[in-house]
Design a binder for this molecule. Structure first.
Ligand SMILES: [Zn+2]
Length: 58
């Protein structure tokens, strides 16, 4: 299986998520950009990162 590297945690994951454009994840995206300048939602994140930031944003 072709692995991809998460731009945030640098872990190799089978799949990156790009479906964060929904309004509910706007805060999540903003926090990720704050922590990782240069990152864009088009770069994707791994599932654990998304969950972690969703928990932080909640
Ligand atoms: Zn990650």
């Amino acid at each position: 299986m072709k692995m991809k590297q998460c731009p945030l945690c640098k872990k190799m994951v089978p799949e990156l998520l790009y479906d964060m454009h929904v309004a509910t994840d706007q805060l999540v995206i903003e926090r990720m950009k704050k922590d990782f300048p240069g990152w864009s939602e088009k770069d994707g994140v791994c599932e654990p990162c998304l969950q972690r930031y969703r928990a932080k944003a909640a």
